[in-house]
Write a protein of this length. Structure first.
Length: 200
């Protein structure tokens, strides 16, 4: 941290398969040091922030605000050596939801990056973006749906599907199950088409 050419330290914050490495490939700057990890709890972020501050560097966070089902779908498409158990991904998502990066930790800037499209070809199985558009319509996760939260339902009778994915564990479970069913249906359809093609 003593290199005068380094002006900024950035913590890449996000659960597995949220798109941190992809974002880095497109946006990394030469005068910046990037720490590419999950950093889902404050205790894990504190040591890096402390070192950066002692070195007189600007400290920023890039938070990949990617819906959990998208990350699970991407994770499922990973090679076996890179795949993370679903329960670990879900636990990290809960941690980050309850302990997101805050300015009082010492950050000079916090940048939130929204992402809905999985980092997979559009014709590949497991494409969550295609799934949500089939489920909700062309607006996808921006579609307004009935608010399931009794505490806010009266004031906000409808909210974006994206909001419920972040705040409602039961809704996330339902969407995850529907997504898995959708993938299985696509897989069976692909198998039938392949069999018909081969027999022809």
């Amino acid at each position: 941290m003593t290199d005068p050419k380094i002006k900024t330290v950035v913590l890449m914050v996000g659960i597995p398969a949220s798109g941190k490495s992809t974002w880095l490939q497109k946006n990394a700057q030469p005068d910046t040091v990037y720490y590419d990890a999950t950093f889902t709890i404050r205790e894990h972020r504190a040591p890096v922030i402390d070192i950066a501050k002692k070195g007189g560097k600007r400290i920023e966070a890039v938070v990949m605000d990617t819906p959990l089902p998208v990350c699970l779908g991407r994770n499922e498409c990973r090679s076996p050596d890179r795949k993370v158990p679903h329960d670990v991904v879900e636990r990290m998502h809960t941690q980050l939801l309850h302990d997101p990066p805050m300015e009082d930790e010492g950050f000079d800037q916090i940048n939130r990056i929204e992402s809905e499209t999985p980092a997979t070809p559009p014709d590949q199985l497991g494409n969550f973006d295609r799934f949500v558009k089939e489920l909700f319509g062309s607006k996808g996760l921006q579609t307004l749906i009935p608010n399931r939260n009794p505490k806010t339902r009266e004031r906000y009778p409808k909210v974006q599907a994206r909001t419920l994915l972040k705040t409602d564990p039961e809704f996330r479970r339902l969407i995850r199950e529907r997504f898995q069913q959708w993938r299985e249906g696509k897989r069976r359809g692909w198998s039938k088409e392949s069999s018909a093609h081969n027999s022809g």
